[in-house]
Design a protein around this ligand. Structure first.
Ligand code: SAH
Ligand code: SF4
Length: 369
């Protein structure tokens, strides 16, 4: 029986080196192949895609390895002109969504960590679809590679407004600058695969999406937060709070019953003390639910003395939840209380891709897609 071909996107550079050495090739070829994979963004092992590989290595790769690229089932552009959503097909015919977001001078990929999600947050389309399975490291890395590849395509550059000042001789190819693990799924529920993928994506000789460029958002998986702290993982951490009391939070985020607010805040404190890092606290603003001045004061008090920034996200519509977003005047009033009374910095997240359901919490795969 022959073993299944190894997906090269599953391997760190060190693992790739070990594989090549096992196959009897000098480790110098690792650097070459890694460049083809993550700088050249090669789509095959063919001679035109990887011209300098020794033919014997190419043959071995063709026989025993594969590039786990994810075919596009559907690409949709937002009328905002900056956001494109991809429905990508996995080998077992499951599908996930990945979002390309262009900001001034940088491109961010919002990537998924699971097919669906087990956490069931009431206002989230991914939560509403339920959990199917974890993604493999290669499936996570392939999403970043996919977005990086799109930036090389002239079609994308001509369709989306170009970031300013690329020089008179025309735009240099834009690079993928940031990853946000805020797509489908709860990344700390799939801890090992996500961390392995991050190790691959942050490799300086490859995608070079180092610690400052990756933000991981969690619903509040306490053991995962403590493990991140203990392992001193270099990334930005965002924690989805949405409410400042256990009862209010549990009504929106069922996972709060497993990891209660006081345990979550203790874990966040440990994380910040151990790593010296500030945490972003996300707060989806739902009209009349969690957006009054009293709510602002409650979150201000909860985060007092913690290195924190609050990211306010006006609720995006999903089919399974009837709430409406907080109007912008009330969002500004909420911010002002945090700033004036608690010296707590906050931002209101730009609304992106809402018309194509690519905004926070809108990612889901429907049967018709
Ligand atoms: N599973 C991770 C990452 C998911 S999405 C987590 O829950 O943190 C990133 C953010 O979008 C989270 O803070 C999530 O609570 C929020 N979100 C989910 N649904 C939303 C919606 N309909 N409108 C606005 N924000 C939403
Ligand atoms: Fe899962 Fe995050 Fe959606 Fe909650 S908000 S259901 S944790 S993806």
């Amino acid at each position: 029986m022959t073993a299944a071909p190894v997906n090269l996107y599953d391997l760190t550079r060190e693992q790739l080196r070990a594989l090549l050495v096992r196959w009897g090739f000098a480790s110098v070829h690792t650097g070459l192949l890694w460049n083809y994979l993550y700088l050249g963004l090669a789509e095959s092992f063919d001679a035109d895609a990887m011209p300098d590989l020794p033919p014997k290595l190419r043959a071995r790769l063709q026989a025993e390895a594969r590039l786990g690229a994810l075919p596009v089932a559907l690409a949709t552009d937002s009328s905002d002109g900056f956001t494109r959503k991809y429905l990508l097909r996995l080998d077992d015919a499951e599908r996930i969504e990945t979002v390309l977001m262009r900001f001034t001078g940088r491109v961010t990929a919002c990537i998924s960590s699971q097919v669906g999600c087990a956490m069931g947050c009431v206002f989230c389309a991914t939560g509403q679809m339920g959990y199917t399975r974890h993604l493999t490291p290669g499936e996570i890395v392939a999403q970043a590679v996919h977005v990086a590849r799109q930036l090389r395509l002239p079609t994308l550059s001509s369709q989306l407004p170009t970031a300013p000042a690329a020089g008179a001789s025309g735009a240099a190819p834009e690079r993928l600058r940031n990853i946000v693990l805020m797509g489908m799924g709860e990344p700390l529920h799939n801890y090992d695969a996500v961390m392995h993928a991050i190790d691959i994506m942050r490799d300086e000789a490859g995608l070079a999406l180092g610690g400052e460029r990756i933000t991981l958002s969690t619903v509040g998986v306490v053991p995962g937060i403590l493990r991140l702290a203990q392992e001193r993982r270099p990334l930005h951490l965002a924690v989805s709070l949405h409410a400042a009391t256990q009862a209010e939070r549990a009504a929106l985020v069922p996972a709060a019953r497993k990891w209660p607010l006081d345990e979550l805040m203790a874990a966040c404190r440990t994380y910040s003390t151990t790593t010296g890092r500030r945490i972003f606290y996300e707060w989806t603003l739902i009209d009349g639910q969690n957006d009054t001045p009293d709510h602002a004061r409650a979150v201000g008090a909860l985060l007092r003395d913690l290195p924190a920034q609050v990211n306010l996200i006006p609720l995006n519509p999903t089919s399974g939840y009837a709430g409406t977003p907080t109007p912008s005047a009330a969002a500004r009033a909420f911010q002002k209380i945090l700033a004036d009374e608690f010296k707590l910095p906050s931002t209101v997240r730009q609304r992106r891709g809402i018309d194509i359901a690519a905004g926070c919490g809108q990612l889901a795969v429907t049967a018709s897609a």
